[in-house]
Every structure is written in C-alpha cells, then in structure tokens.
Design a protein around this ligand. Structure first.
Ligand code: DAT
Ligand code: MG
Length: 148
C-alpha cells in the first residue's frame, strides 16, 4: 500500500492545529503508520529541502522549519500521496481552496502550516530521511469498511 510523508510545520504546532490536521487524514480513512514530535536541526532541514537550495526563499524556509518543533508522520492508503496533496491544498494559501488545510488555516506562503510529499518517489526518500528507524507495522481492522 502507498505511503506518504506529512509534516505539520512549526506554525501548525504552535497554533494548536495538530489534532485538527490528524483528524482530517484519519476521517478520510488513511492509516497512521508513524508519528513523532521533532526539533529539527538546520542541516536536517537543508537536507529535507535540498531540491530547493537554489531558490531565493531557501534560507527563510529553513529558518521557518527550525523555528519550533514539527510533527512528522507517515500515512498509508490507496493514492495517499496525491490525495494527501489535495487535502493539503495549493502551495500558496492564497490559491488554496476552502476546505483544504492551507485554504482553511493559512494566509502566507511562508507560513503554510503543512508539508506533504509530492510523488511516490519523494515520499520514499522523505520517509527514509525522517524515519530511519522504520515505521510501525500494523494493519487497521477497518480495512473492509474503507476498501471494497
Ligand atoms: P509544497 O510545500 O506545496 O510542496 P514546494 O515544495 O514547491 O511546495 O516548496 C516548499 C515550501 O517552500 C512551500 O511549502 C513554501 C515555500 N515556498 C515555495 N515557493 C515559494 C515562494 N515562491 N516564495 C516563498 N516560499 C515558497
Ligand atoms: Mg514540495
């Protein structure tokens, strides 16, 4: 089954949005496979966003991600990478539809509350980076009530 890496950024944690965000993924029917509160080191944040290192906003982005603890999660389910991106909404909250996490809870692009992997391949890399210890191997008993 497909997995994605979801991170609640420091603003989401500080603003008390952790429960609300987790609830949206849970209620959709996805399965939580890993979760931890992490204080991110600068070098680790730079590694996570390595693909964006040439961008003018890179330093500000790294400062933001290390400004407070984040919630790192692995969620599993059919098409969870793409559907997770839809639940999150467009990168710039000004363009995120109401009903999405960024559309409902964010205003500025540099305080957009949440990260989600953008492809199955980057999910694999991000899960390996954030959960080198591996995730929890359990199966929900709700499977037959969520999948036909
Ligand atoms: P996403 O988080 O939707 O996958 P991304 O991977 O392109 O977006 O960029 C990572 C983060 O960098 C994004 O959540 C917010 C920040 N960012 C992206 N584009 C930006 C821009 N033009 N100005 C400022 N911050 C930006
Ligand atoms: Mg991205």
């Amino acid at each position: 089954m497909e997995q994605t890496f979801i991170m609640i950024k420091p603003d989401g944690v500080q603003r008390g949005l952790v429960g609300e965000i987790i609830a949206r993924f849970e209620k959709k029917g996805f399965t939580l496979k890993g979760l931890k509160l992490v204080s991110v080191e600068r070098s680790f944040a730079e590694k996570h966003y390595a693909d964006l290192s040439a961008k003018p906003f890179f330093n500000g982005l790294v400062e933001y991600i290390i400004s407070g603890p984040v919630i790192a999660m692995v969620w599993e389910g059919k098409k969870v990478v793409l559907t997770g991106r839809k639940i999150i909404g467009a990168t710039n909250p000004a363009d995120s539809a109401p009903g999405t996490i960024r559309g409902d809870f964010a205003i500025d692009i540099g305080r957009n509350v949440i990260h989600g992997s953008d492809s199955v391949e980057s999910a694999r890399k991000e899960i390996a980076l954030w959960f080198p210890e591996g995730v929890v191997g359990w199966q929900t008993s709700l499977q037959p009530w969520i999948y036909e």
